[in-house]
Structures are given as structure tokens and as C-alpha cells.
Design a protein around this ligand. Structure first.
Ligand SMILES: *Cc1c(COP(=O)(O)O)cnc(C)c1O
Length: 396
């Protein structure tokens, strides 16, 4: 019997660190609410990433929500958000009844196009409008053109939120992703490079980091005022990470570098064994960056004899999981009413079934496949996957 191969699944440390930290929580009865694991997890993340402050939360999505609150987002405000991403990057904008404007990607990094971002600032500037924040994403661990985007945000004096949910450990110009923006967010969801079983972290890099982190902590713990009774002057949230969850996260953080090495090995294996196939190319590896390669993504050319669906179907028949690239937000029915800014001049639908268009992000969506990238994969597993894929080229 062949074993199922996952896209990306939880991979606990070989040493059992996670269980030690969880056991410690049980032994001291610090099951919840807080406890040592939570504060230590925050300290260990800030030390690892050289970030000023971190607040451990129940999810990466909660971290984005709190970042938007921290920049002072209000109903009706604009937020410029990368279109090619998972919906969690954009949903919190709508929680706050603000309005996303989606920004196209460029081909060098697949992430937010600085030219399109500039265009959005100019276009809305003419209407006398400015966004309350910009949300950039480091998709699949590939770092965005973060310096250029940071410069544009500085020029317009708009805070930058860096969605590093998928890029924990990715280094860009000698610094970890998540530390370039005024706020950075990390996810420890089950499919991410390390997992706490579910959870997230908000990195606070803003000038007044101490004060902002305190405010986030207040909102995330039901906005309780320091009074002897239950006193509330603002709406709060139940967003704090639990001590058990933080224990798993602490154990996982110890093996982050090991997991990155394996993910990079998987990417290099695919490059070596599939790179020769006509029409196949790989996700970009920007210069002066070290990618965590959370998922290995391939791109099939327009005239490639094999389609993404062919690959996903063939792998599924072999009990191997693969996925399409995220469908851009500007193509999602739920966000259909919001604006999209791109440098592509003639936007048109290229695939009516999937609803892909001729934008850069639309084309990455239409032609990309996320290959199985589970850090538990063996060389035999990788060979099996490559064999299935190569077989498709033989049969055309
Ligand atoms: C996973 C993910 C999130 C959300 O993180 P959760 O911890 O699942 O809430 C946000 N943005 C991106 C790009 C993600 O991949």
C-alpha cells in the first residue's frame, strides 16, 4: 500500500520538545489563561527575529485584525492589500467595515507590485484619499520587494503591515520577514512551516512598540479596564494564545531551521528532477534573500502540453495532495465590489471556468500548482511524485 503524501502537515520535533513544554504547563496547572509558555514564546520569537515586541494570539488572522486596529483603522477607510493571497489577509479589513483596494503582483517575486502600489496611491491621491494601511504578503515564503514597498509607504506616510504568515524564517536583505513593516504577522496554523496546532503572533515594530503592544494585549483580552470590577470603555476580543498552544509553539520554534532546510531541499529536488520538462518553471527566488520554501510552486507556460489540473488529478489518483495557487482576492465573488489596481493595461478573462484574468496574479493563479511540500517526505516520496509528473509529459 502506498502512503498518502500531504501537501504540508504538522511535523513535531524529533526530540519531543513540544510535549515537554506542554507537560510543564500541566504540572504547574498553568493550562490557561496565561503562563510561562506564552511569555517565553513571545520572548523567543522576538530574540530569533530581532523584533522589538511580539504578542501571541489565537490566530494569524487575529494578528492582522489587531494590526489594523493598532493603525487606527475606522469604518469607511481604505486599505491597499495584495490581491494574490489567502483570504485571511483581507477579511479583517471587512470586519472593521473598511474598504480593501486590491493590488496586483509582479513576476519577480509574485508579490505586491510596487509600480501598481504607486499607481494606487496616485489614483486615490487625485480623489483626495489615502489608505490607512498597506498589507503586503510574502507568499509561499518568497519575500516581496519589501524595500521598495517600504519606501513608497514612507513617502506617503502610511503604515505597512507585513503578512509573514507563510514566510517565518525567510530572510530578506539580512533581516527576517515580518520585521520590515510597522507590524508583522506570523501564523502557526496546522499547515504552516511550524505549528502550535493553531495560533498566531503579532510583531510590533512601530516606533512606539511598547505602547502599541500593550494596547493590542488589552483589545485581545476583552478590553478590560484596570478597575476592581468589570469595566469596559471599548469593544474587546478573545484573541489571546493559550499556554498549552504556546508550549507546542516553543517546541516547534526549536526545529524551525531544520524544517526550512528540508523545505529548501524539497524545492531543489523538484528543480533538479522536473526542471528539464518543457513548459515547466518554478517560483522565483529573489536575490539577496533566503526563502523558507514553505510550499514548492511550479508554473506551467501558456503552451505547455500539460495543465495544472492534469497534474493535480494525476497526483490525486496516486494519493498525493497538491493544490492550486491562491485565487486572487480581486477575482473572488465575495470581494467583487472592491477596486483592483494593476499595471496590466487590458484586463480580460482568460479562463471562464476558474475565473482567471490576464492580470499578473490572475496568470500565476491560472498556471501554478503547489506541489506536495511536506517536511516529512522521504527521497522515495519525492521520487514517486516526480515520476507521476514526468509520466504526464510522456503521455502527450
Ligand atoms: C495562513 C495565513 C493567514 C492566516 O493565519 P491563521 O493562523 O490561519 O489565521 C493569513 N495570511 C496568509 C497569507 C496565510 O497563509
Amino acid at each position: 500500500m502506498k502512503q498518502h503524501i500531504f501537501l504540508a502537515s504538522p511535523h513535531m520535533s524529533e526530540e519531543g520538545y513540544e510535549q515537554q513544554y506542554v507537560k510543564e504547563a500541566f504540572d504547574t496547572n498553568w493550562i490557561a489563561p496565561l503562563g510561562r509558555n506564552v511569555t517565553e514564546f513571545e520572548n523567543e520569537i522576538t530574540a530569533k527575529l530581532s523584533a522589538p515586541k511580539a504578542v501571541a494570539l489565537s490566530a494569524g488572522t487575529a494578528a492582522i485584525h489587531m494590526a489594523l486596529k493598532a493603525v487606527g483603522l475606522e469604518q469607511g477607510d481604505l486599505v491597499f492589500c495584495q490581491s494574490l493571497t489567502f483570504s485571511a489577509s483581507a477579511n479583517p479589513i471587512v470586519y472593521e467595515k473598511a474598504e480593501p483596494v486590491f493590488i496586483d503582483s509582479e513576476t519577480d517575486t509574485w508579490n505586491m507590485d510596487p509600480q501598481a502600489l504607486k499607481l494606487a496611491f496616485e489614483r486615490y491621491g487625485k480623489l483626495g484619499k489615502k489608505p490607512s494601511a498597506v498589507i503586503v504578503v510574502h507568499l509561499y515564503g518568497i519575500c516581496a520587494k519589501i524595500r521598495e514597498i517600504r519606501e513608497i509607504c514612507d513617502e506617503y506616510e502610511v503604515p505597512l503591515i507585513e503578512d509573514a504568515a507563510e514566510s517565518l524564517g525567510t530572510v530578506c536583505h539580512g533581516r527576517y520577514t515580518g520585521t520590515f513593516g510597522d507590524y508583522g504577522i506570523i501564523s502557526f496554523n496546522g499547515n504552516k512551516i511550524i505549528t502550535s496546532s493553531g495560533g498566531g503572533m503579532l510583531l510590533v515594530n512601530a516606533e512606539d512598540a511598547e505602547e502599541k503592544a500593550k494596547k493590542v494585549l488589552y483589545w485581545a483580552t476583552q478590553a478590560r479596564e484596570p478597575a476592581p470590577w468589570y469595566q469596559h470603555t471599548e469593544i474587546g476580543y478573545n484573541y489571546r494564545m493559550s499556554n498549552i498552544v504556546a508550549g507546542i509553539g516553543r517546541g516547534q520554534l526549536k526545529v524551525l531551521d531544520r524544517r526550512i532546510q528540508k523545505k529548501r531541499y524539497i524545492f531543489e529536488y523538484y528543480q533538479k528532477h522536473l526542471g528539464i520538462l518543457p513548459g515547466i518553471s518554478f517560483m522565483p527566488m529573489p536575490e539577496d534573500a533566503y526563502c523558507n520554501c514553505w510550499l514548492s510552486v511550479i508554473l506551467l507556460s501558456e503552451d505547455c502540453p500539460v495543465s495544472p489540473m492534469d497534474i493535480m488529478r494525476a497526483l490525486q489518483e496516486d494519493d498525493v495532495e497538491s493544490r492550486p495557487v491562491w485565487k486572487p482576492m480581486h477575482l473572488q465573488p465575495v470581494f467583487a465590489d472592491y477596486d483592483f489596481v494593476t499595471t496590466v493595461s487590458e484586463l480580460h478573462i482568460t479562463d471562464t471556468q476558474m475565473g482567471a484574468d490576464s492580470s499578473v496574479s490572475g496568470q500565476i493563479f491560472a498556471h501554478g500548482v503547489c506541489m506536495p511540500s511536506d517536511s516529512k517526505m522521504t527521497d522515495d516520496d519525492l521520487q514517486r511524485v516526480c515520476q507521476v509528473v514526468r509520466g504526464l509529459w510522456k503521455s502527450v
